[in-house]
Design a binder for this molecule. Structure first.
Ligand code: GLY
Length: 373
């Protein structure tokens, strides 16, 4: 998305953006030295190297996405070739109907690749993947089902808003036009059921598929059913904003502003949230830099949709504040063993997984936010 030139203070200094781009190239070069085409960076090990995961992993598309974003920024064929190799390994996932994450896997890899190359083969992968996601839609609930595991009947998680982009885009680019109304319905139902009156969010809502009624609201990756998981809140900021872009529905813009306001108003001093806004032991709890990066990318887009200049400046300044903090010594991996861009992410705290590590999706949305600048 091309944004108009901004007055000083509403962007990061150009030398800093250039330095971050060069740093990204250095870090991605390190990863490329040992990750094979069927290994996709996900999170860092204690020695700083990436743990590579298979195409089936929910986060498999972000590494290819980082390579495409770097190819875009540099205009270099070398990065595009590396991105294409990593993307190809994900092709089988276009037919995966076992969870909602087909969107994460395919949109960030093939979607970014199609944006850059216009390759018709990538276009057909995107349509097939949208078809796979659409098989998970239920008209009674009005949502695509997120998971097939767990104690729930029809779980829909806040993260799933992100995967609507695949359906919206495909419906508007040669796919089945009914995917547009499925995605729109999902976004509205999620806004209605996941977002609390104060703009905070539940992570999981379980529905009764026979009636469409809500059975339960709570969390899986957050601290408590009544608390607000930071990455879930960030997915909501980005996902509702993106859904507004594809629909022009003012209810979605209003929802995006409500969740964004909660996120920004509850940030600690340095602009990077704790892994849960009500994490135990605050202020001595782990931060989640991935939530900060996702929200910053979302806020930059939200600033372009809000009608009043005061909101446009407010959301953009909030994004800049977060990005400056992520680019500081406190969060940037420069000078540390990590092969990533960002330190201090949290994957799944209650399960004890990936606490205070680098996460590829944090890096992906950090790069996307920089490119949106
Ligand atoms: N979508 C999984 C996560 O955000 O951890």
């Amino acid at each position: 998305m091309d944004l108009p030139a901004q007055p000083q203070g509403l962007s990061l200094p150009s030398p800093l953006v250039i330095r971050l781009g060069l740093f990204a190239e250095r870090q991605l070069t390190k990863a490329g030295d040992y990750l094979a085409a069927e290994e996709h960076a996900r999170s860092t090990l204690p020695n700083g190297r990436w743990n590579g995961v298979a195409a089936t992993n929910w986060a498999s598309g972000f590494y290819a996405g980082c390579l495409w974003l770097t190819a875009d920024r540099t205009g270099s064929d070398l990065w595009a070739r590396r991105a294409a190799v990593q993307t190809e390994d994900l092709a089988s996932m276009q037919f995966h109907t076992g969870d909602h994450d087909v969107g994460f896997r395919i949109w960030n890899s093939f979607g970014q690749g199609y944006r850059l190359t216009g390759d018709p083969a990538y276009h057909s992968v995107l349509l097939n993947a949208a078809q796979s996601l659409a098989t998970r839609y239920d008209g009674t609930v009005g949502c695509t089902r997120s998971w097939d595991f767990g104690p729930w009947q029809y779980p829909v998680i806040i993260d799933n808003l992100m995967n609507l982009e695949l359906l919206f885009w495909a419906a508007q680019n040669g796919g089945d036009p009914t995917w547009q109304s499925m995605a729109h319905s999902h976004a509205l139902r999620s806004l209605q059921e996941h977002v609390r009156p104060d703009g905070s969010t539940y992570h999981v809502v379980d529905f009764d598929p026979s009636t469409g009624n809500v059975l339960w609201k709570g969390t899986y990756q957050g601290h408590a059913d009544t608390s607000t998981w930071a990455r879930g809140q960030a997915w909501a900021v980005y996902g509702l904003t993106m859904s507004y872009r594809y629909t022009g529905d003012p209810a979605l813009l209003d929802g995006a502003q409500r969740v964004a306001d909660f996120f920004v108003d509850h940030l600690p001093e340095d602009g990077v949230p704790y892994w849960d806004f009500q994490a135990p032991g605050l202020p001595n709890a782990a931060r989640d830099s991935s939530a900060a990066a996702i929200a910053a990318a979302g806020l930059l887009e939200l600033a372009t949709h809000t009608p009043t200049p005061i909101d446009q400046v407010r959301y953009r300044l909030a994004a800049i504040r977060i990005l400056k903090s992520l680019a500081s010594d406190a969060y940037l991996a420069a000078g540390t063993p990590s092969h990533a861009l960002l330190l201090h992410g949290v994957g799944h705290h209650p399960a004890g997984n990936e606490i205070d590590v680098s996460l590829i999706y944090g890096d992906y949305y950090f790069l996307e936010a920089l490119s949106r600048l």
